[in-house]
Design a protein around this ligand. Sequence first.
Ligand code: B3K
Ligand code: ZN
Length: 878
Amino acid sequence: NVPVRLTDYRPADFLIDSVALDFRLDRTATRVVATLTLRRNPKGVPGAALVLDGDELTLVSLKLDGRALGPQEYEATPDRLTLSAVPDGPFTLEIETRVDPTANTQLSGLYRSGSAYCTQCEAEGFRRITYFLDRPDVLSVYTTRIEADEREAPVLLANGNPVEAGKIAGGSRHYAVWRDPFPKPSYLFALVGGDLGVVRDSFTTMSGREVALAIYVEHGKEARAEYAMDALKRSMRWDEEKFGREYDLDVFNIVAVSDFNMGAMENKGLNVFNDKYVLASPETATDGDYAGIEAVIAHEYFHNWTGNRITCRDWFQLCLKEGLTVFRDHEFSADMRSRPVQRISEVRGLRLVQFPEDAGPLAHPVRPSVYHEINNFYTSTVYEKGSELVRMLRTLIGAETFRRGMDIYFERFDGTAATVEDFLSCFAEASGRDLSQFALWYSQAGTPVLSSEGAYDPDAKTFTLTLKQETRPTPGQTDKKPVVIPVALALFSENGQKLDLASRDARPEELSRGLVELTGAERRLTFENVPSRPIVSLLRGFSAPVRLEPAPASADLERQLAFDDDPFNRWQAAQSLALRAIFARVDAARQGAAAPEAPGYVAALRTLLVGADADPAFAAQALSLPSVIDLAREAGSDVDPDVHHAARMGLRAEIGGALRADAEAAYARFADKGPYRPDAAGAGRRALRAVALDLVAAGDPQKGGALAQELFRNAGNMTDRLSALTTLALLGGDAREAAFESFYKQFADDPLVLDKWFSLQATIPEPATTQRVIKLMSHPDFSLTNPNRLRALIGAFANANLTCFHALDGSGYDLLTRVVLDVDPRNPQVAARLLSSLRAWRTLEARRRALVEAKLRDIVAREGLSADTRDIATRALA
Ligand code: B3K
Ligand code: ZN
């Protein structure tokens, strides 16, 4: 397994202008005839042999310009087809392969989910269907004919527009032909065949074209696709309004399947989805699920322009489509819901996964320069940090200039396979700025640490702010250069008055925008006319993906929480106060001292709770304590999750005790009124109520338990029911077991709801949970082959139950490695992803570190390990 390097990029030696695919669907022996029209690429090596990619393929026959080739005229292995002598002019190649969709447990290529046939080709799954130049810079026009048994697969779908369909005489077979006029890379190919229900709608584009929309789901679940359909129409309108992007085919189809390696896939005109991101009803889906559906539907739809019309030259450019499309879906969610609340949850997500990734052995640049297995690079760094880079670019050049740059990008690179340089060149042109330093963000791994120091001079009435940056070494990258960091800032007087910024050390537009740029290792700014020591609001709106150190003094944080006009920094102030209070408890526990209380923080929370009606969603976020994962990340080294968990629970009890009456009042005040609506306002009220319930349970377990049981019984929607069950799960005892049992009985036939049932049990933070998880693995509803179910139980255990997963007896690590090794031969992508839950293992204290290291060494030593899992294990040991 040789590494692939960005610097080794060479254009393909051949181009494939058109592809005609003919599928005869069969459960175990599907026949595929691919007719390719090829010609030499003027940019390729003259006279080069034609080498096509394959993966576990069986070649049936091969014809060149209509003539059957003998075995001495080519070389075919399961993973390569080589023709050393091909014409210099254009020619056609007809390749017949046979594939077994039922045996395809990797869920890459053509496989079966339930009784349906479906495909997943990104990144390199097309080569598991036919031999091809399976690389994103080879763009072709596809025609797809599908033939199948009409009883088994009445629905036959592929990319593009439907051309023709009919019955085949003498039997029960039928066919459909689809044509996609837009040249695309093979990773965007898709096909679906099955017996599916459908929801239909239509959309009139900005230029008045009618697009037929359809979402295909399991029969009987049509009503649950209505929210997804609504989200789709809103996405289509939004992309027209905000980016001027119109949809381009006559149809847009979405198919929901229950066996899927990730969230969804943006195949041209035929998105295939994990049904988790399509199906929702108030009884089965939470507010979080609805928000997730809205975001993923939008994300895949937005790929039509950022990913499909303009694709990536090579897989190193993955962030070009992913980071940009995440940025677009974030903006969409911000417009559909609450912008501040959306921003806070983006940053929470970034810090939960991307920051640890960037600080650990799996760290890599947003645009990596080398990979062994590309599927392991669909990471939080490429997606979420990639999105932050686009956001920073917009912050630096301004929203209008950014939009002009996007217009240039769409205009200039439509129909091509582009690079990050191509993308940046559009913004350099639109803004007239040199973006070469900005480009470092794409090549340099690691989270920069931004530190600040302030000094007030009461005589001169000046305030001097010193900003410094430093990026620590990451694997393979020791020397880090300073990057450009847009630092949004404001100064407030003691009583909350926002001060005008005056300084000779900043450009006038920096002062008027409240945005200074740190480009070197250090910058000093002296602000004038500052009447008293100011309160500094730094990195407002999280203007750059950096770690800000140190947090301001607690008294300043309390003031910021009270009057900062940047909601993100108000939330940040609450988080910083909570972190300080928890770490004070950690220190005390380590010294055997009594737990220190945090009266200032608790008083600030009381104000938030009492005033929650103004913005319940925001209050719910500000009232939520950092998770144990947050604590581990902030500690950075010598992590003992038990100590962190205990300190966190201690603070939770302190808050619950102090705010009991206010929490009970809030719980009553925010009771659901009227029918459930999955909108942001309703979701905010329910989130606040869940926080209130948790506080009541923290302060008075008996009262909390009683309220939770009542809510569990009478909940009118899944959001409330799950909040109640979460509280009961934490409280333990017979009530918990009874609730889990009744939940199971009620939803035993609903896989997506059962996933929640498995997850919640896996995350109970008490020692017995590991045994519970092991027992659940023999539950009749558990399955190692369904990725959703596997992630629900084992993924949740390893990623969200730190005390059990990192148990000192090694039982959590045993469980994870056993499952990873069991799943690996069947589904390497999912196994490797599970193993990535060890991304932060080096920050653990010594005993746990030794346990993990031994496990990783054991995995690497295994024979027959997949390239995916080997890659993660090897890099994790770096
Ligand atoms: N582009 C796909 C991800 C494919 C992952 C392949 N291992 C979904 C998305 O990001 O929209
Ligand atoms: Zn994407």
